[in-house]
Design a protein. Structure first.
Length: 438
């Protein structure tokens, strides 16, 4: 893909109604993009069905939810959950009696990890075990789901799976240096990617973030065929990230967070959507803006792209509601610290030669650098210190607004999607929010 395909007009078409089914292919945890789609499904009166990733017991064996866990999860979702564990990835899988990839990583230390080598034939066996386990689980889920969906109805499959970081102490220490370190604590992301540990992480990211989308599409083929024969339709969506257009120097320009290690898996996710689209399956990856979530908070500086949304709201509407959002953001700042001064820091940050060099769509995802870390992490910390409370930030307000805007955009566009990969930038999100509140 050489240029982004961006949504420029608010979609008007909607095929989903009461009696149709919304399937959340991923568990609903805390704050995140999935909540926006679930809210739209509720508004449409759809039957909501979810799955679970399951839980690990004391010996790391995968199990379904207990009755209590299931009740809590279903209350959170507002629908029924098919209690078959669909934990993606293979970091805790292995042939019976043999070590898992996580076991193999256990001996790595901060001094040794760059030189430590993995047994790749064994890793591949573990991957095969993990993929078979997941696909078998999908087959069981789809067999149950098939009996829950009426002929002639429409189904919205929303894929929300992402991640795949192995749970080993050494990776957390490395991640802190790559994503949070500067000066003497800085570490190049390329150092990780060139190591066996990094190569394993990329493989696991692919299985969790990308290949699960293909397993969903393949696993639901019988349901899709039955519904299409009886007058119904199926749609598939997934959440991508591949940079976002934000207001820079008065115009919407593509930019990105660096280093986004999972970018390789997000591009594979796009390729799965493109392959499905070529086969006549309406599968669309929506590349959404940077926000703060429980999982994104490790990436210090990812939130800096959120601030220009304030100016986009004014550019696309400039209503009393917009002014109220500006005021809510002002209210989070310390006395003597102005929102205008904060936005000037963002303008200076985006205008810097360092950041301009990273606005290279064709080269995405790029490696980090010491200069980038100094500027990005330093700017992030300076802005955070302008707030009264580190737990009540401007970016919390803006993240919630992005979630509110993307939910209806994705839900409506999925009915008649324009392409297999679509960017939702600050312009269309600001327009959607002004439409909701205007």
């Amino acid at each position: 893909m050489t240029t982004p395909v961006s949504l420029r007009e608010i979609p008007q078409h909607n095929i989903f109604r009461k009696g149709d089914t919304f399937v959340l292919f991923g568990e609903l945890f805390g704050r995140g993009y999935a909540n926006g789609l679930v809210n739209e499904a509720r508004k449409a009166g759809m039957t909501i069905i979810g799955i679970t990733v399951g839980r690990r017991d004391e010996s790391n064996a995968l199990r379904p939810l207990t009755d209590e866990e299931l009740a809590t999860a279903e209350a959170n979702l507002g629908g029924r959950i098919i209690n078959v564990p669909l934990m993606a990835g293979f970091d805790l899988d292995a042939p019976a009696g043999e070590p898992t990839p996580t076991d193999l990583l256990g001996g790595m230390t901060l001094k040794s990890w760059q030189d430590d080598k993995l047994d790749w034939p064994h890793i591949e066996k573990c991957r095969e075990v993990g993929v078979k386990r997941f696909r078998d689980g999908v087959a069981t889920v789809m067999a149950r789901l098939d009996g829950m969906i009426a002929d002639g109805s429409n189904v919205f499959f929303a894929h929300t799976m992402a991640g795949g970081i192995p749970k080993v102490k050494v990776f957390l220490a490395i991640a802190n240096r790559i994503y949070k370190g500067r000066g003497e604590r800085f570490m190049s992301s390329r150092t990780l990617l060139d190591s066996d540990l990094g190569k394993l992480c990329l493989m696991n990211f692919d299985e969790v973030t990308a290949n699960t989308f293909q397993h969903l599409i393949d696993g639901s083929a019988a349901i899709r065929a039955r519904l299409e024969k009886t007058g119904g339709q199926t749609r598939y969506t997934a959440y991508g990230y591949h940079g976002t257009e934000i207001l820079i120097d008065g115009s919407y320009q593509w930019q990105t967070y660096t280093n986004y290690t999972q970018g390789y898996a997000k591009m594979r996710l796009e390729h799965h959507a493109e392959a499905a689209w070529a086969q006549g399956v309406k599968a669309t990856v929506f590349n959404c803006p940077e926000i703060r979530t429980n999982s994104s908070d490790i990436f210090v500086g990812v939130e800096l792209s959120l601030f220009p949304l304030l100016r986009a709201l004014r550019k696309e509407g400039d209503t009393a509601w917009v002014e109220a959002q500006w005021q809510a953001c002002r209210d989070t700042l310390l006395e003597g610290k102005s929102l205008e001064a904060l936005l000037q820091k963002i303008d200076d940050y985006n205008a810097s030669a360092v950041m301009q060099a990273y606005r290279n769509f064709a080269a995405w995802p790029m490696d980090n650098s010491a200069e980038l870390a100094d500027l990005m992490i330093g700017t992030s910390e300076e802005i955070t210190q302008m707030h009264k409370d580190r737990k009540q930030l401007v970016t919390d307000i803006l993240s919630a607004l992005v979630l509110e805007g993307t939910g209806p955009l994705m839900f409506m566009e999925a009915s008649q999607p324009a392409a297999p990969v679509i960017w939702l930038n600050h312009d269309i999100i600001a327009r959607q929010l002004n439409r909701i509140h205007g």
